[in-house]
Design a binder for this molecule. Sequence first.
Ligand SMILES: *[C@@H]1O[C@H](CO)[C@@H](O)[C@H](O)[C@H]1NC(C)=O
Ligand SMILES: *[C@@H]1O[C@H](CO)[C@@H](O)[C@H](O)[C@H]1NC(C)=O
Length: 241
Amino acid sequence: MVGVSFIKILFMHPILLYEGCKQHPGADCISNGWTNGNRVFDCAGTLYIGDYTGGQQVSKTFSCLPDRKLIFSFTIAKFDSWDWEFVSVYRDNLLLGQISYGPYQGEQVCRLSYFPEIFEKKSFSFSSPIGKNSFQLLLEDNLQAHDEESWGFRDIKLQILNPCVDFYSECNFQGDLWRICAGNQTLFAKFVPFKIKSINILKGIRVQMKDNRFKGGNLQTYSSNQTCLDDFNFPKYQKEL
Ligand SMILES: *[C@@H]1O[C@H](CO)[C@@H](O)[C@H](O)[C@H]1NC(C)=O
Ligand SMILES: *[C@@H]1O[C@H](CO)[C@@H](O)[C@H](O)[C@H]1NC(C)=O
């Protein structure tokens, strides 16, 4: 009798790839790694990256496998008297959406002007570019003047809806690569192309493996990178005679 051999991939939905400027009041907002993002604005004790006006851009490059589905979200802060100008959100040169407000929308929170503030969570869905391993996210405004109107942002998140798990034939993510990009599935031994020595596992994904010749046949569950596994040689699938 040969035991059932399989690899099972389970993941929570969606997986967090990046988060920034999440804390209160916002120590992580001050040095946040965004290009042109090295300043903060204190609005009633909460720090926002910004503030910006007059056509400014803030951007950051992310590594990601091609053609993955992602969600980019953040809280936008509208300060003072916007007159339906907007902040545009781009992935590379692709416009993902625009955020626009009028002068009397919101309520007075921190600026000493007559005009109110708004804080609102926004999210944008998109795909990572095909044939590239990175992309840039960019926010740009078309506001007019600092004493009248500006914006900032915080609670930034980048999430992936369809992550991949990479299996390698050698330790330390070397050798041949076998990539599985569909979640929550069971793969039987006959589909596993080689002996698995290392696995690249994003936070939030669990990989389970079971084979009667591996770890005494007990189900093994991994939820972080495995840089060098004991030999895990799935038996070649054989049809019963
Ligand atoms: C995958 O399965 C896990 C555990 O059963 C569940 O919590 C999760 O939501 C599932 N993910 C997807 C994308 O269906
Ligand atoms: C897992 O390995 C990959 C590839 O070397 C690396 O980019 C990633 O940061 C590692 N993750 C953790 C949590 O160490």
